[in-house]
Design a protein around this ligand. Structure first.
Ligand SMILES: C[S@@+](CC[C@H](N)C(=O)[O-])C[C@H]1O[C@@H](n2cnc3c(N)ncnc32)[C@H](O)[C@@H]1O
Length: 177
């Protein structure tokens, strides 16, 4: 979900060539166009199914996927409520022994590097890290935890009229149903 140009799904498609079909969703038609070009370049065209859709609108079918990946994407869902509903949908949509891999930014701050002014972070969902961890724990209760980490990252990011110093807690969870 929020696949962009295929940084995550193309390696997966290569690994499982002739054994998988990956629905790749992005809200930007430009991203899906580039994804298609990349899938040809990396010879995984028949494994990659590019879909232009918002994550909010894309209904995950029940008990349908062996692997669901969302990297730096779920925080762009419309609202915290939709985000929580999407997590439930992800759970229900994963088949037995299936894997969910989520990387979600939390507790994000952005500061104008020049003026020091605090900016409104450009993320629709920006939960407190502790709150997100509780939500993920509740959501995937009973699943096997393969990986669970929180790492703070800081980097410069260009914003409308300035460069911002962005700080984020990057929450990674990989769980097996
Ligand atoms: C930070 S990029 C990450 C791309 C990819 N997951 C990766 O790790 O390279 C976020 C992607 O999510 C997409 N995106 C943002 N909001 C979205 C939404 N509501 N529904 C679907 N895709 C969305 C963007 O177009 C962008 O391609």
């Amino acid at each position: 979900m929020g696949c962009g140009v295929g940084r995550n799904c193309i390696p997966v498609a290569k690994e499982f060539k002739n054994k998988c079909r990956i629905d790749c969703i992005d809200i930007l038609d430009f991203a899906i166009d580039e994804l298609k070009k990349n899938s040809i370049e990396y010879d995984v065209e028949s494994e990659i199914n590019g879909i232009v859709s918002s994550i909010d609108d894309f209904l995950i079918k029940e008990n349908f996927y062996d692997l669901i990946i969302a990297v730096s994407a779920l925080e762009h869902i419309d609202s915290v409520e939709s985000f929580k509903n999407k997590l439930k949908e992800i759970c229900i949509g994963t088949r037995k022994n299936g894997i969910v891999c989520l990387i979600i930014n939390s507790e994000i701050t952005e500061i104008n590097k020049e003026s020091g002014e605090e900016l409104i972070p450009q993320f629709e969902v920006n939960m407190k890290t502790a709150e997100l961890l509780v939500l993920l724990k509740e959501t995937f209760d009973g699943w096997e935890i393969i990986k669970s980490t929180v790492r703070n990252q800081r980097y410069d990011i260009p914003r409308q009229s300035c460069v911002a110093d962005l700080s984020t807690d990057v929450v990674t969870v990989v769980v097996k149903k």
